[in-house]
Design a protein around this ligand. Structure first.
Ligand code: 13P
Length: 275
């Protein structure tokens, strides 16, 4: 399969195509100098066939990272966006601004934004629609809190978040959407990685939710898992039939670690494609 270079407007996914997606969210780390150094270290990296990789730097490093990775095999994304194109929204960044930097995807609704910055299902939906209008692939993050997990209502929460996020998305645009299931209780140094069996069950349920939304279009929306993914567990997640990749924080911030993680799934990709 072909790798989509950075800076291109998104190409239409092949319906039913199975790729493995591995990306890293740098969060509030790496200012321009450090980010450019990391991007240079990744510039000539070629993920194994069938693996699509991306990095998501903070805004102040976005344009520089896009420039360095312009002809590389890696996509670059932004960590957030506003749903309006421009206007009196101090401190915000719009989809056209992100696209102008050369990014091809944008993370929307990460749990750290939902938790600390008042992001809601409603704003997530507005942002998803705006991202698609501007040719950006929305990487929609959904996740259950520890309370929801312990009460056993994770599937309900995730179905709600997914259905609202995708409300009003045209069938023709569904092929551009990515979803990352990131349990709030699994993210960060205080988190614990979700059991692979639990992730499998959740993703199979999510597959049913998105299949219902995709209807007859037959689009397979990639479902990624995120939350304390590491070298020790990445293959356990990627091997699951309804997991189409992983979204990684700490374990992939160092370029050498990122490349190692991406390379570590190579044997799994062809097996998944054949499944
Ligand atoms: P960690 O891999 O550090 O738990 O972070 C995951 C994450 O939040 C990716 O968006």
């Amino acid at each position: 399969m072909s790798i989509q270079p950075v800076g291109q407007s998104f190409g239409r996914s092949v319906v039913g195509q199975k790729s493995v997606w591995i990306g890293t969210n740098w969060k509030m780390n790496k200012g321009p100098a450090e980010a450019v150094a990391a991007a240079r270290a990744l510039e000539s990296f070629r993920p194994p066939p069938g693996v699509r990789s991306f990095v998501i730097p903070p805004f102040t490093s976005l344009r520089d990272v896009c420039s360095v990775l312009e002809d590389s095999a890696l996509m670059v994304g932004a960590q957030n966006m506003h749903w309006k194109d421009s206007g009196a929204w101090t401190g915000e960044v719009s989809a056209p601004m992100i696209a102008e930097c050369g990014a091809s995807l944008v993370e929307i609704g990460h749990s750290e934004r939902r938790q600390h910055f008042g992001e809601t299902d409603w704003t997530v939906n507005l942002k998803v629609l705006a991202a698609l209008r501007h040719g950006l692939r929305p990487l929609i993050c959904i996740g259950d809190t520890l309370d929801e997990f312990e009460f056993g209502v994770s599937p309900e929460t995730l179905a709600r978040q997914t259905k609202i996020a995708l409300n009003g998305v045209a069938q023709k645009d569904l092929g551009q959407v990515l979803i990352a299931y990131e349990p709030v209780w699994a993210i960060g140094s205080a988190g614990r990685p979700a059991e692979a069996a639990f992730v499998s069950e959740i993703h199979t349920r999510l597959r049913a939710v998105v299949r219902e939304i995709a209807g007859e279009s037959g689009v397979r929306i990639p479902l990624l898992y995120g939350g304390s993914v590491s070298q020790a567990n990445i293959r356990d997640y990627v091997a699951l039939p309804d997991v189409d990749g992983v979204f990684v924080g700490r374990a992939a911030w160092e370029p050498a670690d990122f490349m190692k993680l991406v390379n570590s799934v190579s044997g799994l990709v062809s097996r998944k494609a054949a499944a």
